[in-house]
Design a binder for this molecule. Structure first.
Ligand SMILES: Cc1cc2nc3c(=O)[nH]c(=O)nc-3n(C[C@H](O)[C@H](O)[C@H](O)COP(=O)(O)O)c2cc1C
Length: 167
């Protein structure tokens, strides 16, 4: 069975909560669930499939703990890994930088030769701009726990069904 690791960066717990929901829905794979602040490069190389999540802070910035991790992964071979991304953001207060952090993870991991799966249509999201868009689709799953927490379970569950097919 493929080894799946779910790694998240979270400042106030929203991305952590989303990561836990994702892990629950993938329980048949017994995924590893880890805070990126507690990870080493080995946590990334040991898995076949990586599910990576970040919230966005400042104006379009990646969550702090990811800023510490990415330089440590620069010289690590991650080519051929399957990667699915999720991003926490606030589409109402930060409509121009909605889930930009997820876009930054996309740029980094696609640049390292990973296969990125789990794109999501923008239908149903109300925002002005995002760095996490490629060909008018989100590069992963956006979650707005500040304004649309009632939609999170449904969004997570249909996304997990979709990415499972790529694992
Ligand atoms: C000071 C501040 C800046 C933020 N900047 C952004 C942003 O640029 N884009 C965005 O989509 N969300 C932004 N957010 C919203 C957070 O990403 C959101 O609250 C998220 O759920 C936090 O997740 P965490 O608790 O896992 O860190 C910001 C929130 C705060 C308080």
């Amino acid at each position: 069975m493929k080894k799946i690791s779910i790694i998240y960066g979270s400042t106030t717990g929203n991305a952590q909560e989303a990561a836990e929901k994702i892990a629950k829905q993938l329980s048949e794979f017994s995924p590893q669930l880890k805070d990126v602040a507690q990870c080493s490069a080995d946590d990334f190389t040991a898995a076949d499939c990586l599910i990576l999540g970040t919230s966005t802070w400042g104006l379009g910035d990646l969550q702090d703990d990811w800023y510490d991790m990415l330089p440590r992964l620069k010289s690590v071979d991650l080519s051929g890994k399957t990667v699915a991304l999720f991003g926490l953001g606030d589409a109402s207060s930060y409509s121009d930088t909605f889930v930009d952090g997820m876009g930054e993870l996309y740029e980094f991991f696609s640049g390292k030769g990973c296969e990125i799966v789990g794109a999501v249509a923008t239908t149903g999201y109300s925002f002005d701009d995002s760095r996490a868009l490629v060909d008018n689709e989100f590069v992963g799953l956006p979650i707005d726990a500040d304004n649309e927490s009632d939609l999170t379970d449904e969004r997570v569950s249909s996304w997990v069904q979709n990415i499972k097919q790529s694992f």
